[in-house]
Write a protein that binds this ligand. Structure first.
Ligand code: AMP
Ligand code: ZN
Ligand code: FE
Ligand code: FE
Length: 280
């Protein structure tokens, strides 16, 4: 049987693997298809596509967009994005600027609390256009200002903690539209993490194409509930590990294995979208 992992991050956002390392791990796990879903960027897609092509692995260019709906943060993944679509690139560049500005604000908040972290340390470590809280956490650990990544989130960076800084987000409805105009399918990531069940119907009305039923942090019961929801609303089913690199000394990639039949349905839906949209 063939399997896919459709939720993966690299160094182009807050993952720790290079695209080449990611593909090597995908190969070791016998995956037939992967998607790159870095936060608010498609920059890593070209290199990941090349690395996949070299080992004859299927690749889906994607991005995980940070959005909000009814005051709740939601992550909407766009699959099969045209990574050269100007409207998409211009809009996500704005959110990359927001992310960079937020690093300055988080470091300033830490400094105010007496934690002497330098903003240069975070940017040097992140070395990407789409930095986030994990980079701040890693910089704190690297500088021995805190014992662990978990502790960094617990003490400082989690929502409501003293160095947490909210970020301006696009609306979920806009994210769905942005993805569609860039030739992609819009899928709600890890609905079980954000307790967003009640907003799913309105996103379906706005054109949501699928939901991520299988995810590292979804229990079996949760996955079953979302599978039922997918059936009820005629949504595509996706799944992935949300690998950001090593987790407890093991790469997370491959721990969630999406049966390939769901990938075939994604391809079919893309065909249909392109037939109506006039994309290639
Ligand atoms: P940001 O996009 O800057 O808000 O950071 C979000 C990312 O931080 C998520 O994709 C996770 O990788 C990571 N993250 C969020 N909460 C935690 C937590 N409590 N512990 C560790 N990592 C977290
Ligand atoms: Zn992340
Ligand atoms: Fe996410
Ligand atoms: Fe993710």
């Amino acid at each position: 049987m063939k399997f896919a992992d459709l939720h993966l991050h690299t160094q182009f956002s807050d993952g720790t693997f290079t695209p080449e390392e990611l593909v090597l791990h995908a190969q070791k796990n016998g995956l037939a298809c992967i998607a790159l879903t870095d936060h608010d960027t498609v920059e890593g897609c070209a290199r990941t596509a090349a690395a996949c092509a070299a080992v004859k692995m299927e690749f889906i260019p994607a991005a995980e967009l940070t959005a909000e709906h009814a005051d709740t943060e939601v992550h909407i993944i766009g699959y099969f994005l045209d990574t050269e679509n100007q409207t998409l690139l211009e809009r996500i560049a704005q959110f990359q600027t927001v992310r960079q500005q937020r690093i300055h604000e988080m470091v300033a908040a830490l400094n105010k609390l007496g934690v002497p972290l330098k903003v240069e340390t975070v940017f040097a470590l992140a070395n990407c256009k789409s930095p986030g809280r994990p980079h701040v956490a890693r910089a704190l650990v690297k500088e021995k200002l805190i014992g662990s990544l978990d502790e960094a989130f617990e003490r400082f960076l989690k929502k409501g903690r003293p160095a947490w800084v909210p970020k301006t987000k696009m609306s979920a409805l806009e994210s769905v539209e942005l993805i569609h105009q860039a030739g992609g399918l819009a899928v709600m990531a890890h609905p079980g993490l954000n307790r967003t069940d009640e907003i799913i119907p309105s996103l379906v009305d706005a054109g949501l194409d699928g939901i991520e039923c299988f995810h590292t942090k979804h229990s079996t019961v949760m996955s079953e509930r979302y599978l039922e929801m997918a059936e009820q609303y005629h949504l595509l089913v996706t799944g992935g590990s949300d690998c950001h690199g090593y987790s407890k000394n093991k790469p997370l990639i491959g721990t969630v294995r999406l049966p390939y039949e769901h990938v075939e349905r994604l391809y079919a839906a893309r065909q249909k979208l392109h037939a109506t949209n006039g994309h290639k």
